[in-house]
Structures are given as structure tokens and as C-alpha cells.
Design a protein around this ligand. Structure first.
Ligand code: NYM
Ligand code: MG
Length: 207
């Protein structure tokens, strides 16, 4: 048995980080080992470049920043794999689906956007927290960072929804519902995986 690799994706203001942290606590409280990753991981050298870009303190060409987001995942992939081998559940707040959705929403071709992430560890479960831009606005609207604009979020949402048709372990969760209800729906999917999973870790987007 190895640990399960669980990715939480979603739009800005979907409650993704809150829910991921709640899952983290809940797994820990159940006495199981769990490791939390978040992308972009702004603590690394690459992550600091991404952070400067998102806060508009640096300008980067669209392809170049996309490759940095991907490199940020690759630099942490060995730690993800080790945690899974050690039998720990890995929770990941955003992953390659965010990468492809956000960059392709700027007009770059989706296949190109996916290509640098081909071969990364593939999740056993993706929980996609879906929220309408209207609901997001009710929650106080978007923040100050790059991409946190309604038109962009609408395009991103459409690309995200396309991943459902890829036949992967993709589960859409209505994140417009009250927080506790969303938590319960998510736990219903995650709970059965925290004791570990059988079978080798798969690779993203290889066929
Ligand atoms: N984002 C995130 C990307 O554009 N590409 C990626 O590969 C990833 C992981 O960064 N608006 C975008 C989505 C978000 C922004 O994420 C920062 P967060 O979760 O707000 O720190
Ligand atoms: Mg954000």
C-alpha cells in the first residue's frame, strides 16, 4: 500500500485553501500521516519569481512564466513521491490543472500548456471546487493578484470543466454551498483513501 495522492483544484475564492486545511486537520486527527503541498510553492527560488510575477512586481513572457509554474511542480515532485512511498496521504492545493487552465486562458494552446507537466505524478483523486463568478463576488470578490479578474476566471472555469471529460479521477464539487456541506462532500471522497491505495503511482497525461 502507498499513500493516496489527492489534488484539490478550483477557482479563486472557491474556498479551496480553507477546505484543504480542514481535510489536513481531519486526516491528522484520525491518526493517519498526511503531507500538505501547495502550488505555487512560493518559498523556493523559482517560487519567489512566480510570487513576484503574480504580485505584478515582475514581468515575464507568457510561455516563460508557464514553464516556471511547471518547474515549481517538478522541483517538489520527488518529495511528493517519497511521501506517497512512505504511506502518507498527500494533499495538494492546486496542481497542473491550474497550470494548464490559467495559461491557456491567456490564449496559448492547451496541448502546449499541458506538455511540460507530462510525466508528473498523477493524482488518485482530483476534487474540483466549482463556483460561479457571481458567488465568488458575493464572497468579497477577487483579490489584488494577477488573474483575479472576472473575465479571466470565467475562461479558466471553462477550461477546468474540460478536464472532467478526460476520464481521470475528477470529481466536481459545488463550492457555492455552505462551508460545512462542502467539507462533508469532500470527506466522503477522501475518507476511503486515507488508509492507502493499491497499485503503482500513475503519470500525468501519458498514454
Ligand atoms: N496559477 C497557479 C497558475 O497560473 N499556474 C499554476 O500552475 C498554478 C499552480 O496562480 N490565481 C495561478 C492561479 C492563482 C495564482 O495561486 C496563485 P494561489 O492558490 O492563490 O496561491
Ligand atoms: Mg489566490
Amino acid at each position: 500500500m502507498r499513500g493516496a495522492f489527492i489534488v484539490i483544484e478550483g477557482l479563486d475564492r472557491s474556498g479551496k485553501s480553507t477546505q484543504t486545511n480542514l481535510l489536513h486537520e481531519r486526516i491528522r486527527a484520525s491518526g493517519r500521516q498526511v503531507e500538505l503541498f501547495k502550488f505555487p510553492d512560493r518559498t523556493t527560488t523559482i517560487g519567489q519569481m512566480i510570487d513576484a510575477y503574480l504580485r505584478s512586481q515582475a514581468e515575464l513572457e507568457d510561455h516563460a512564466i508557464h514553464l516556471l509554474f511547471s518547474a515549481n511542480r517538478w522541483e517538489l515532485a520527488p518529495r511528493i513521491e517519497q511521501s506517497l512511498k512512505d504511506g502518507k496521504t498527500v494533499l495538494c492545493d492546486r496542481y497542473a490543472f491550474s497550470g494548464a487552465s490559467f495559461t491557456s486562458s491567456k490564449g496559448l494552446p492547451l496541448p502546449w500548456c499541458k506538455s511540460p507537466d507530462v510525466g508528473l505524478p498523477a493524482p488518485d483523486l482530483v476534487l474540483f471546487l466549482d463556483i460561479t463568478p457571481e458567488k465568488a463576488a458575493e464572497r468579497g470578490g477577487y483579490g489584488e493578484e494577477r488573474y483575479e479578474k472576472r473575465e479571466m476566471q470565467e475562461r479558466v472555469r471553462e477550461v477546468f470543466k474540460g478536464f472532467q471529460d478526460e476520464g481521470g479521477p475528477w470529481v466536481e464539487v459545488d463550492a457555492g454551498r455552505p462551508l460545512e456541506e462542502v467539507t462533508e462532500v469532500m470527506w466522503g471522497k477522501v475518507g476511503p483513501l486515507v488508509k492507502g491505495v493499491e497499485g503503482e503511482l500513475k503519470r500525468l497525461w501519458v498514454d
